[in-house]
Design a protein around this ligand. Structure first.
Ligand SMILES: [Zn+2]
Length: 463
C-alpha cells in the first residue's frame, strides 16, 4: 500500500463512522414521525369507529372544516420552511373537496414531504463533509497543503448534487423514495379501512412499511452516494497533472469481487464514468482508485517544467506503486483474496429462516466461485453482477433442506431472467470466522421456477 491508498483507507473509515452517526439520527427521527402517524390513526379510530373498527361509510363524508384548516396550515408551514420544495405539495384548492379518508391520506403525504426534506438536509450535509475531507486529503497528497479546498469548498461540494446514475441526483432519488412510500402508506390505509382492519392490525402493517422502506432506501443511498462523492472529490486535485487511474478494490483485506476484473485495466481520468469504470460500480460498492503513471521519471521532469515548485518527487513518492503491484501483492497472499464481499441483506427479510442472524454482510469464497463455474458453466461470468440485487431483494425465499439456509428465487425485472441462489446465514452458534455466504447460484427457466414454488414451502414473498 502506498501513501495514497493508506489515506483512502482512513477516509473510508471516517466516512463509515459518520454514516453510523447519520443513520442513528435518521432512525430515531423516523421513529418519532411514526409515532405522530400512529396518533393520527388512533384519533380516526376514536372519531369514526366503533369497537376498534372504522365505519368505512363515515370516511367518505366530507372532511370537517376544522381538519381542512389544519391541513392548510400544515401546508403553509411547510412552504415557509422549505420554499424550494413547495412545488412538490398537492394544490391547495383541492383540500376543500376532500372527504375524511382523503384528508388523512393528504396529511400522510404532507408528513412524508417533511420527512423527505429533513432526510435531504441531513444527507446533503453528510456528503458535503465527505467531499471536503476527501478533496483536501487528495490535495495534500499533491503537496498543496491540508486545507486546500477550505476557502473554495464549492469546487468539491458540487459533486454532492450531481446526477450520475440514471440521470438522477441523490435529491431526486430521495423524492422518488418519498413519493413511493407515501403511495404505499395511503394504499395500506385505504385497504385496511375497507377490510375493516382493527387499529392494532393497521398500525402494525404501517409500522412495517414505514420502518422498513424509509430506512432501507435511505441507508443504501447514503452508502452508494458516499462512495460516489468520495471518489469524485478525491479525483479533483489529480485531474490536471495525471492521465490515468486504476480501480482499487482492496478494503480491509476484503476484495470487491464485482470490481475485480475492472481493476486489472487502466482508464483515462477524463473517461471516468461512475457506475461503468469508476466508483461506485454497483450498490454497496466502496472501491477507490490509484493514480497510474507509465514512467515516473518522465512525469517528475514534466511536472517540474510546468510548475517548478520542487514538489514533483514527493508527490510521486506518495502515489507511486499503488495499483498493479498492490493487486499483485494481494493475489500472492491467499488469505486476502479468498473472500469477497458481494452485498448486504435486510435481516428482516431473512428472519423467516432464523431470528439469529449475526451480520448483514454477505460474502462469497473463491472455493464457491469455482464450484459455480464448474456446475453451471458461464452463469457466474455472465450473471455475478446480479448477486447483490438477488440477495437484497429476493422475490421468494423457499424452504431449504439445510438449517440456517435460504433458497432465493429472483426474477431480474428488466431482463426477465430468473435465478436461484442458496444463501447460508451466519448465526450466533457458528464459528467466528463464518460469514453469510453465497453457496451457489444459477440461471433457471420458467419450468424450474414454477416447480420450485409449487413443491417447496414458501417462507417469504416480496410484497
Ligand atoms: Zn466495487
Amino acid at each position: 500500500m502506498n501513501y495514497w491508498q493508506r489515506r483512502q483507507h482512513q477516509l473510508n473509515q471516517q466516512l463509515e463512522k459518520d454514516e453510523v452517526r447519520l443513520k442513528k439520527r435518521l432512525s430515531s427521527f423516523y421513529d418519532t414521525e411514526f409515532r405522530k402517524l400512529d396518533r393520527q390513526i388512533a384519533a380516526y379510530y376514536k372519531q369514526y369507529g366503533t369497537d376498534h373498527v372504522i365505519e368505512y361509510r363515515r370516511l367518505l363524508e366530507e372532511l370537517p372544516l376544522e381538519d381542512k384548516r389544519l391541513l392548510i396550515e400544515q401546508m403553509d408551514v411547510f412552504a415557509e420552511k422549505y420554499p424550494q420544495y413547495a412545488h412538490l405539495m398537492p394544490v391547495r384548492e383541492s383540500v376543500y373537496k376532500l372527504d375524511r379518508l382523503e384528508g388523512l391520506q393528504y396529511s400522510i403525504r404532507m408528513q412524508q414531504l417533511e420527512i423527505g426534506a429533513v432526510t435531504q438536509k441531513e444527507i446533503r450535509e453528510h456528503l458535503e463533509r465527505q467531499a471536503l475531507r476527501g478533496g483536501n486529503a487528495a490535495a495534500q497528497a499533491m503537496g498543496f497543503g491540508e486545507n486546500f479546498y477550505s476557502m473554495n469548498p464549492d469546487i468539491v461540494k458540487q459533486f454532492v448534487g450531481a446526477a450520475w446514475s440514471n440521470g438522477e441526483n441523490f435529491s431526486q432519488k430521495i423524492w422518488r423514495n418519498t413519493e413511493k412510500l407515501a403511495g404505499y402508506l395511503n394504499t395500506d390505509i385505504a385497504q385496511g379501512f375497507a377490510r375493516g382492519d382493527s387499529y392494532e392490525k393497521l398500525v402494525r402493517n404501517l409500522r412495517q412499511r414505514f420502518g422498513k422502506v424509509s430506512r432501507k432506501d435511505a441507508y443504501r443511498l447514503i452508502y452508494t452516494e458516499g462512495t460516489y462523492v468520495m471518489a469524485e472529490a478525491t479525483m479533483q486535485p489529480f485531474i490536471e497533472d495525471f492521465e490515468e487511474y486504476r480501480l482499487s478494490t482492496a478494503a480491509d483485506g476484503k476484495v470487491c469481487d464485482l470490481c475485480r476484473e475492472l481493476a486489472k485495466k487502466k482508464f483515462r481520468i477524463q473517461d471516468r464514468q461512475p457506475g461503468a469504470n469508476f466508483p461506485p460500480l454497483h450498490p454497496w460498492c466502496r472501491c477507490t482508485f490509484t493514480i497510474e503513471v507509465e514512467d515516473w521519471d518522465k512525469w517528475i521532469e514534466d511536472y517540474e517544467n510546468r510548475h517548478g515548485n520542487g514538489q514533483a518527487e514527493k508527490t510521486a513518492g506518495r502515489l507511486k506503486d499503488g495499483g498493479e503491484n498492490a493487486i499483485l501483492d494481494k493475489t500472492s497472499d491467499k488469505e486476502e483474496v479468498d473472500v469477497h464481499i458481494v452485498g448486504k441483506i435486510d435481516k428482516n427479510i431473512y428472519k423467516c429462516i432464523t431470528e439469529d442472524i449475526v451480520t448483514d454482510e454477505v460474502i462469497i469464497t473463491d472455493e464457491r466461485i469455482q464450484h459455480i463455474k464448474e456446475r453451471h458453466p458461464n452463469d457466474y461470468e455472465r450473471f455475478y453482477s446480479y448477486i447483490p440485487e438477488i440477495i437484497e431483494n429476493p422475490d421468494y425465499i423457499i424452504e431449504a433442506n439445510k438449517s440456517n439456509t435460504a433458497v432465493i428465487l429472483k426474477e431480474i425485472e428488466e431482463q426477465g431472467e430468473k435465478f436461484k441462489l442458496v444463501l447460508r446465514l451466519k448465526v450466533e452458534s457458528d464459528p467466528v470466522e463464518y460469514k453469510n455466504s453465497v453457496m451457489t447460484f444459477w440461471y433457471i427457466g420458467d419450468t424450474t421456477w414454477r416447480k420450485s414454488l409449487k413443491n417447496k414451502k414458501i417462507l417469504y414473498k416480496r410484497e
